[in-house]
Design a protein around this ligand. Sequence first.
Ligand code: NDP
Ligand code: HSE
Length: 434
Amino acid sequence: MGPVNIGVVGLGTVGAGTVQVLQKNGVEISRRAGREIRVTHAAVRNLESRRACSLEDIELTVDAMSLVHNQDIDVVLELMGGCEHAYDIVISALRQKKHVVTANKALIATKGNEIFDEASKQGLVVAFEAAVAGGIPIIKAIRESFSGNKIENVEGILNGTCNYILSEISDRGCDYDEVLAVAQDLGYAETDPYFDVEGIDAAHKLTILASIAYGTHLNFESIHVEGISNITHADISYARELGYRVKHLGIARRQNDALDLRVHPCLLASDQILANVCGVMNAVKVNGDAVGETLFYGAGAGAGPTASAVVADLVDVVRTLTSDPFNRVPHLAFQPSELSSFAVTPIEDTVTAQYLRLTVVDKPGVLGDVTKILGDEGVSIRAISQKERHMDASAVPVVIVTHQVREGSLNRAIAEIESLAISVAPIVRIRLEE
Ligand code: NDP
Ligand code: HSE
């Protein structure tokens, strides 16, 4: 069979990385796909920018839609990011009867339901392995390899930038802004790094994982989201003294008839596996009722790892070019007519242990007031430590680790403590996962 022609929209970290991998490993890749795969066209914003791949035999344009309407292009790779323009490109490509591969988790998490409807209508594939956990083949694993299981939990470190920042602060005492700038230079961060550090990117990924794990429509709005921007070096150090590391986790758990879906920083005991996943690495634990616990580990961001996932999708698409559309793997693992909706547990009903850092005035009776309020709300203390006052400070940090507590009760206790005159700064709270 003749070659398959690819149009790539975006030649940044992921786009150029993908072209580079296709150029470097072209022979191996064609042997796997059964056909030669060649990038014939690419769209970018700036034609003059230097690219991290050879542009030989690639026609460059600034008009992404021209690739979509080019009759010679068989598959479109959407690797530019963002939602609105990317949505137009993907939908238009499908209407032009082209399969699509994308790494865009924001797009899939927020517009995936419409995109998969259109793809099914057209009998086409939209592949998105690179959208979650970089180079780790987690979509394929959950969607295909765990088909025999009722999946209980999917949880892990889903954002490479957050993990890189937390690791560098924890292990090398680096400054938050400086490490974030390095993560941007290394191509890990989103165009707007707010998406990374405020947990939105991880929530996009958890939306996708929850959907394929539990057979539900994509529902980004249902995720409780917190980022790492208010985690300080002090909290990381106090947690370490207590035997914990701070990690940013995405958690999806089946609880009776509801789903617990949340993204936030967590304390993890330092001997836990996820506590030892450092730098840009991601790790995802999946529990199925038949398989038990499984763990997937690999680089969560960057050119090579993400390109690896994009090219794997591309090979799958090329293999299916000639296959019957009705016998393909469903986009969200379950047959579209079998997708259901689940109730989502309100965050107030979540039960976890919690780390609290209070900043309180240093005078007699303060700890008594604090522990009474916690006790009245049924919050049991597992560890407590008052840190020494700095010479020029009028307040002291008090670190408390609670036993398991319902979030709503703890919220009331926190609000009451914060309303007291002894409390001089908002309480920092980090959930603790056993
Ligand atoms: P970059 O910012 O590095 O690259 C974006 C590319 O898109 C650039 O080449 C840019 O052109 C091009 N582009 C932007 N707007 C347009 C437009 N209107 N028309 C044509 N081209 C356009 O982003 P990344 O490569 O980092 O990310 C791309 C996608 O991959 C995003 O969805 C991201 O979330 C996802 N992703 C990223 C990962 C990573 O590690 N970076 C990992 C997994 C997924 P120009 O270069 O001329 O400005
Ligand atoms: N910005 C993302 C991250 C890229 O840091 O994880 C990979 O999806």
